[in-house]
Design a protein around this ligand. Structure first.
Ligand SMILES: C[S@@+](CC[C@H](N)C(=O)[O-])C[C@H]1O[C@@H](n2cnc3c(N)ncnc32)[C@H](O)[C@@H]1O
Length: 259
């Protein structure tokens, strides 16, 4: 805990990114990965397999963008580099350890970018003002041959909604739909080929039963994505991680998305 707090303090990031909890979360994910890597293995392997399948028909030296690259546990960067591809890693936080790993490789580009365009407007919101408007993101990201939205779609609204609630910032009723719909539009504008991996449902298991289930994506977004090409389980928090009796499982899905 003390080490995590120190790492938070030492990680350089704009104040709004720290205020909305993104740095704390990246450090926490890394710590959880270390504790749960065996339970996560099946999920991480699936993500890597789908990414490798998606790049298999790209021409050599293509450009691939991974949005939500984070700590890269689910991204097979070394394999993607073999055919000479260029990789743009987009996340709001790239921890120093990840940057160091590819610092000498000029075909790996790190881009720290809020893909919702809403973090700064929310942070800067003033009492009495209307709902904050997202800033334009599309023109900050280059066109690529393949764009991958990697375990980020369902995560996009979470910190924004929590922060808005804490500061009583008004958000539209269909905020989640708008935000996630904008993300799908962004992907479509970035590359002719897209791959989306996201959790679909969260399940809380107790005594061999899924005691509670929550959708991870709004219905309209699921309809827009249509049927996934594959689904699997991510044992994200085995018993003892969040609670001594309850484990958390994510149902994850993959879509080769084209519009
Ligand atoms: C569940 S993690 C994805 C897992 C990641 N690929 C890994 O292996 O660590 C979700 C990622 O989305 C990023 N993220 C969340 N909101 C974002 C935003 N508005 N813009 C850019 N990245 C964001 C987080 O920083 C985090 O790294």
């Amino acid at each position: 805990m003390i080490l995590e707090a120190l790492q938070h303090f030492l990680t350089p990031a704009a104040k709004e990114i720290k205020a909305l909890g993104f740095v704390r979360e990246s450090i926490a994910i890394e710590a959880r990965y270390k504790r749960c890597r065996t339970a996560w293995k099946g999920h991480l392997d699936k993500c890597q397999q789908h990414i490798l399948a998606a790049v298999s028909d790209l021409k050599e030296q293509a450009t691939i963008m991974i949005i939500g690259s984070g700590a890269l546990h689910d991204a097979p960067v070394d394999e993607l580099l073999l055919p000479g591809h260029r990789i743009i890693l987009v996340d709001i936080v790239h921890l120093a350890k990840i940057r160091r790993k590819y610092a000498q490789n000029d075909r790996v580009i790190f881009l720290e970018q809020d893909v919702t365009g809403l973090i700064k407007p929310l942070f800067d919101w003033q009492e009495g003002a209307r709902s904050p408007m997202a800033t334009e993101v599309r023109n900050k990201l280059a066109k690529t041959d393949l764009v991958i939205s990697l375990n980020i779609l369902s995560q996009l609204p979470i910190n924004l909604i929590k922060y808005a609630a804490r500061r009583h910032i008004p958000l539209p009723n269909d905020f989640e739909n708008i935000l996630l719909g904008n993300h799908l539009d962004l992907l479509r504008g970035l590359a002719p080929k897209q791959l989306i991996i996201s959790d679909l449902e969260r399940q809380y298991w107790e005594d061999g039963d899924a005691a509670q289930r929550e959708p991870a994506l709004p219905k309209d977004i699921c309809q827009r994505l249509q049927n996934p090409c594959d689904t699997w389980d991510w044992h994200i928090a085995p018993k003892g991680e969040l609670d001594k009796d309850i484990s958390l499982l994510h149902k994850v899905a993959c879509w080769p998305y084209a519009g």
